[in-house]
Design a protein around this ligand. Structure first.
Ligand SMILES: [Zn+2]
Length: 346
């Protein structure tokens, strides 16, 4: 089969499109013919390297996949060949104290498809059957691959941990990214007012088309001051910030007294200066989140299946051009997801 394989850290050129042995499903696994694979920021970090983290190279990256079940191990039932499916990229053990409490995203043995084992930048993929979800015919493979990681991440952070409530004011920073487009739609379906912030007017126009109530270009104006002005100095109930270093201090200032600042990433750096007075004096809660439980995945995907959350796709590229996709994401040229197609014309 064809696959994109990373043999060592580096620029987009280390995403090598090559022949690779087609995998066989183990006892509890299914073999999926991959028809769409979405690129996530984690793929870029795996390619570039993260301090203190070792990846099992050579590695096929790619967390998000949609395709057709072609075979299953002897221990798998209810997953016949031909079933159209998507996957939950996170694999929880189901046995540790966190899994037992319903917090599979905090599992002691948490594994990621495309990080700890081969991922979806390939024509075929094997995964444990319990992370595989049949998809309705109304959803294209591209949409089904674009949704899971970002939608379950936003869902777990906002609905589960953030306890989002109708009528709340929500500020979303970097609204053009995949998590941002999902966060915006979750806030709207909950009945919140959304303040969308991004560094480019085109991205804000697209956010407006998804229902954003207020648009803030933070390349042009200080977003914390703008939030104070738009909310009569109150601040917002919830801030969603995965930008990190560039925005953190202003994010804390944008929250109302007792508000929540939700963080699930740090694309511009992970060691921002923090003004602790903004946290204790104003009693702001900082809530961290990454990925989510399988329940979060199922809840988020149900909303996608019903059309309440629309997967936002910036562009579709052939698998051989994965490097171009990574470049576009690193330059923040995209609104929504970049999706790779491993098969010509399929
Ligand atoms: Zn566990």
């Amino acid at each position: 089969m064809k696959a994109v394989v990373v043999h060592g850290h580096g620029g987009p050129e280390v995403l090598r499109y090559q022949d690779w042995e087609r995998p066989e499903p183990a006892q509890d696994e299914v073999l999926i013919e991959v028809h769409a694979a979405a690129i996530n920021h984690i793929d870029v970090w795996i390619r570039k390297g993260l301090p203190g983290v070792t990846f099992p190279f050579p590695l096929i990256p790619g967390c998000d996949a949609a395709g057709i079940v072609r075979a299953a191990g002897a221990g798998v039932s209810g997953m016949p060949a031909g079933t159209r499916v998507a996957i939950n990229p996170g694999i929880s053990c189901g046995r540790c104290e966190f899994c037992a409490g319903g917090f599979g995203g905090q599992c002691d043995r948490f594994l990621m498809v495309g990080e700890n084992r081969h991922g979806s930048y390939a024509q075929f993929l094997t995964v444990p059957a319990h992370i595989v979800l049949p998809i309705p015919d109304t959803l294209t493979f591209e949409q089904a691959a674009a949704a899971p990681l970002v939608t379950l991440t936003a869902w777990s952070m906002m609905v589960n941990k953030g306890q989002l409530r109708p009528g709340e004011d929500v500020l979303i920073l970097g609204v053009g990214a995949g998590v941002g487009t999902a966060a915006l739609q979750i806030a709207k379906m909950t009945g919140c007012r959304v303040f969308a912030a991004a560094s480019a007017d085109e991205k804000l126009e697209l956010a407006s088309s998804l229902g954003a109530d207020f648009l803030i270009n933070y390349a042009r104006e200080e977003f914390d001051k703008k939030i104070r002005q738009l909310t009569d100095r109150r601040g917002v109930d919830v801030v969603v910030d995965y930008i990190g270093a560039e925005t953190w201090v202003r994010s804390l200032r944008s929250a109302r007294k007792g508000g929540r600042v939700l963080t699930c990433g740090a694309t511009t750096g992970f060691d921002p200066r923090t003004d602790l007075r903004q946290i204790f004096y104003r009693q702001v809660q900082v809530i961290g989140s990454t990925m989510g439980s399988h329940r979060d995945f199922l809840d988020a995907m149900r909303a996608v299946f019903r059309g309440q959350i629309k997967p936002v796709i910036d562009r579709v590229l052939p698998l051989s051009e994965a490097g171009r996709g990574h470049e576009a994401i690193e330059k923040r040229e995209v609104f929504g997801k970049v999706v790779l197609k491993p098969w010509d014309g399929a």
